[in-house]
Design a protein around this ligand. Structure first.
Ligand code: ATP
Ligand code: MG
Ligand code: FE
Length: 347
């Protein structure tokens, strides 16, 4: 099926087009530069930027794919979770196109999309899929017997998300926003063994699949403040590398444990933090040692984009999932266990 996907849950206006598992277009406009001076995404600024970028980005994607909108079999859109005002822009645009073109509408889950996007990279997902979802707002281990209808949570963060920890540590180090990419870059010149930062929830009595990054973030902040108080220069690259090592150590250890315990022989890693170079290399090494096949999409497909939404939409069409209604709501707190918002039968 030929599906166009629209993503506006945060600060990226993404429009992607896929045919089944084949990526035909991936147009992304980001308002990240407008948020940088505030040190975080400002919802109102994001909504306005989506409004301005929406139609041009749809047109750019169609042009890139060499298609007319009338060729499409369906329109998919992120219905949640995310920023309410930002989501509304995408949902409204998707409804308008679906209605005007007479095409089915699929309101899909942003988190399930972060997983399903891997079909564009490595073909059909195994069933069940074991996924480590690590992004700006989420860090979870998920087991999905069917990515369009059945996603289960094995564990998740009890405080900060992994991406949030990267963003906060970058702020402590004065590296700006967003933190993930710049911490990744600075860490390459640092020694990951320089400082032993805590590995949250890895004790013998701790929950096996839950995460905690708030203690790590505080430990990094304390370590840095102490040096500053003493007037000692902060070894930014070493701190970045050691922090990154602690995050990736816990993430990969727990993910592999989950695979073993559940008799699953592959691991999918998705979400913005899956773009991290150390997470990718460590997962590669440890999965190889454990005899687990690793599936991680290319970095551009890990961070927010429209192709991931189109990928999940195409899977919905392929599996004859009933489309959403034209009164589809945006649900800012849509749980990961609901891959899509079913129709109400209103149209
Ligand atoms: P969610 O998907 O939970 O709704 P989101 O859509 O805002 O949140 P994503 O776009 O999936 O999040 O991911 C953004 C996060 O990924 C940010 O916290 C960012 O710092 C982090 N990130 C991006 N690139 C990297 C990288 N190379 N290393 C580490 N973190 C990264
Ligand atoms: Mg973003
Ligand atoms: Fe995301």
């Amino acid at each position: 099926p030929l599906v166009l996907g629209i993503e506006t849950s945060c600060d990226e206006t993404g429009v992607g087009i896929v045919r089944g598992h084949t990526l035909l277009a991936d147009a992304v406009a980001s308002s990240v530069d407008e948020h940088a001076r505030f040190g975080g995404v400002v919802p109102e600024v994001a909504s306005r930027a989506h409004l301005e970028a929406m139609v041009p980005t749809i047109q750019r994607a169609l042009k890139e794919a060499g298609l007319a909108a009338s060729d499409l079999d369906g329109i998919a859109v992120t219905a949640g979770p995310g920023l309410a005002g930002a989501l509304l822009v995408g949902v409204s645009a998707a409804k308008a196109y679906a209605y005007a073109l007479g095409k089915p509408l699929y309101g899909v889950n942003h988190l399930a999309s972060h997983i399903c996007v891997d079909q564009l990279e490595h073909g059909a997902l195994p069933e069940p899929t074991m996924a480590l979802l690590v992004s700006g707002g989420h860090s979870s281990l998920l087991l999905a017997p069917d990515i369009t209808s059945d996603v289960r949570t094995l564990g998740s963060t009890i405080d900060d998300a992994a991406g949030e920890a990267f963003d906060k540590v970058a702020r402590v180090l004065g590296l700006g926003f967003p933190g993930g990419p710049v911490v990744d870059k600075r860490a390459r010149e640092g020694d990951p063994q320089a400082i032993r930062f805590p590995r949250g929830l890895t004790g013998s009595r701790d929950p096996l699949y839950d995460f905690s990054f708030s203690g790590l973030k505080t430990a990094v902040a304390r370590w840095v403040e102490e040096r500053r108080r003493e007037g000692v220069e902060v070894p930014v690259a070493d701190v970045a590398a050691s922090f990154q090592e602690a995050v990736t150590d816990v993430l990969t250890r727990k993910a592999i444990r989950a695979c073993r315990d559940n008799g699953v022989d592959h691991l999918m890693i998705g979400g913005g933090v899956a773009a991290n170079s150390r997470l990718r290399s460590m997962a590669q090494e440890r999965c190889a040692d454990a005899g687990i096949e690793l599936r991680v999409p290319r970095p551009k497909l890990c961070t927010d984009n429209g192709a991931m939404v189109a990928a999940l939409g195409a899977e919905m069409v392929a599996r004859n999932v009933a489309p959403s209604s034209l009164d589809l709501p945006a649900d800012s707190s849509l749980p990961v266990t609901e891959p899509h918002i079913p129709g109400t039968g209103a149209d």
